[in-house]
Design a protein around this ligand. Structure first.
Ligand SMILES: Cc1cc2nc3c(=O)[nH]c(=O)nc-3n(C[C@H](O)[C@H](O)[C@H](O)COP(=O)(O)OP(=O)(O)OC[C@H]3O[C@@H](n4cnc5c(N)ncnc54)[C@H](O)[C@@H]3O)c2cc1C
Ligand code: SF4
Ligand code: SF4
Length: 397
């Protein structure tokens, strides 16, 4: 009897497409011990048609595209500051809504869980703006988007490359110009369970609920961004890329989904979406004069549909062409390669399973061994005879 969809758990991206593909409703997404969602199959409902496994997009090579590249910035400064990069997503979404379309993207719910929702008017885009560095649950949204498309309603779906692959697997051969897909250069996604546990730690320490969390606060600038937790009374806990424990752990790959560290097939020239957006890190190599530190997007137009959609919103943007990504790779390696798991990932999860998120422990794991521990480790690797002599010298023999 089938219990899960993929034989190799590490390949599963958690896109949730299988859940909506199953004709018997036998699949639900359930968290594992690390806090990531995986499909679980109810054996009493499963009729072993194997549709879920046949249509699962994980690990499939994406067709090659030859993208056109642009740097772009939304002309509206307030909107740019509220977005993570240059605010291209909102420009595309607004233009899409003008033609009567629905926009799907990731937003926080009241409990600060991240899930994909559908926006029918511009005010509903507010919650989608800004990157959430935690895996969004897109499984229900994929089913809703597919249902809207079947009714002839245009859909813009924005998400990770693997979520776009999941949506395409669900829609299958019926895909048409009614669907516009937008993904991004993807560093990988941290565990929703780990993020929830981090919020609980913050709330315990401050004695109040966290009501808002921003991963990319630009008050200090686009490049030196902060993550900010806002409590009920309006006070804030903020930190930068090496001082805010959850953000630091994300950037150092301490708790990325296992599939993210094997994710080589949806990178440069092989993105599944019509348009790929990213931060134009390394802007100083391309056009330093254009940088006002409020955010700049790198845009890959992968398909004809993507080029048309970009044209439709171009009046909202300041745009300039870019020649290739070679100069940008040093500052944005995720354009071409998957992240490598942090050497202490296993140690983190061993302890997380017992104790939850502990900021002090995370900072210790990320700092690496201290001077004394490094010296002790070196000594421990000395040949036995030499080690005895060192011990005698230290008076511990
Ligand atoms: C987990 C993650 C990793 C990223 N890694 C990189 C990277 O390595 N290099 C790089 O250049 N850019 C990366 N990005 C993309 C970048 O941070 C911006 O999201 C992107 O450039 C769009 O910016 P914007 O200003 O156009 O719009 P914004 O308004 O900032 O974009 C928000 C869009 O991102 C979507 N989104 C936000 N959080 C999630 C999520 N958790 N899952 C799915 N979709 C989400 C929203 O639905 C919305 O469509 C990453 C984004 C995320 C969420
Ligand atoms: S369809 Fe998505 S969630 Fe289902 S097994 Fe495949 S990768 Fe995992
Ligand atoms: S790194 Fe790959 S597997 Fe991970 S979220 Fe991004 S696209 Fe999906």
């Amino acid at each position: 009897m089938r219990q899960t969809v993929r034989k190799s758990k590490a390949e599963c991206t958690g896109c949730g497409a299988c859940m909506s593909i199953c004709p018997r409703g036998a699949i639900t997404m359930q968290p594992d011990e690390e806090g990531f969602l995986y499909p679980a199959v109810d054996g009493t409902r499963c009729v072993e048609c194997d549709l879920c496994e046949k249509r699962c997009p994980a690990g499939r090579t994406q067709a090659e595209n030859r993208p056109q590249l642009f740097g772009a910035q939304n002309r509206d400064e307030a909107l740019r500051r509220a977005s993570s990069s240059g605010g291209v997503f909102t420009a595309l979404a607004r233009a899409w809504m003008k033609r009567g379309g629905v926009v799907f993207g990731a937003a926080f719910d009241e409990a600060l869980r991240v899930e994909h929702i559908g926006a029918f008017d511009e005010t509903e885009l507010d919650g989608m703006r800004g990157s959430k560095y935690v895996q969004s649950d897109a499984s229900e949204a994929i089913a809703h988007a597919a249902a809207l498309l079947e009714r002839g309603i245009p859909v813009l779906f924005s998400g990770t490359p693997c979520q776009i692959s999941g949506l395409k697997a669900r829609v299958g051969k019926k895909e048409s110009d009614l669907l516009l897909t937008v993904d991004f250069v993807c560093h990988g996604v941290p565990s929703p369970g780990v993020f929830a546990s981090y919020l609980r730690e913050l709330e315990k320490r401050h004695g109040q609920r966290v009501v808002r969390y921003t991963f990319r606060d630009k008050r200090r600038g686009w490049k030196d961004f902060s993550a900010v937790a806002t409590f009920e009374d309006g006070t804030e806990h903020a930190g930068q890329q090496t001082t805010e424990p959850f953000l630091y752990g994300f950037l150092q790959n301490l708790y990325l989904r296992p599939s993210c560290t094997q994710c080589e097939t949806m990178r440069e020239g092989h993105h599944p979406a019509d348009i790929t957006v990213a931060d134009l890190w390394g802007i100083q190599e391309v056009t330093p004069d254009a940088d006002d530190d409020t955010g700049m997007s790198l845009v890959f137009l992968n398909t004809k549909r993507g080029r048309q959609a970009f044209e439709a919103c171009r009046s909202q943007l300041a745009v300039f062409p870019i020649e290739g990504t070679q100069k940008l790779l040093r500052d944005n390696p995720s354009i071409a390669h998957a992240a490598k798991p942090h050497q202490n990932r296993e140690a983190f999860f061993r302890r997380y399973k017992r104790k939850g998120f502990e900021s002090a422990y995370v900072m210790k794991l990320l700092a690496g061994p201290g001077r004394l521990e490094r010296a002790a480790a070196r000594i421990a690797h000395l040949p036995k005879g030499l080690l005895r002599r060192v011990r005698v010298l230290l008076g511990r023999g």
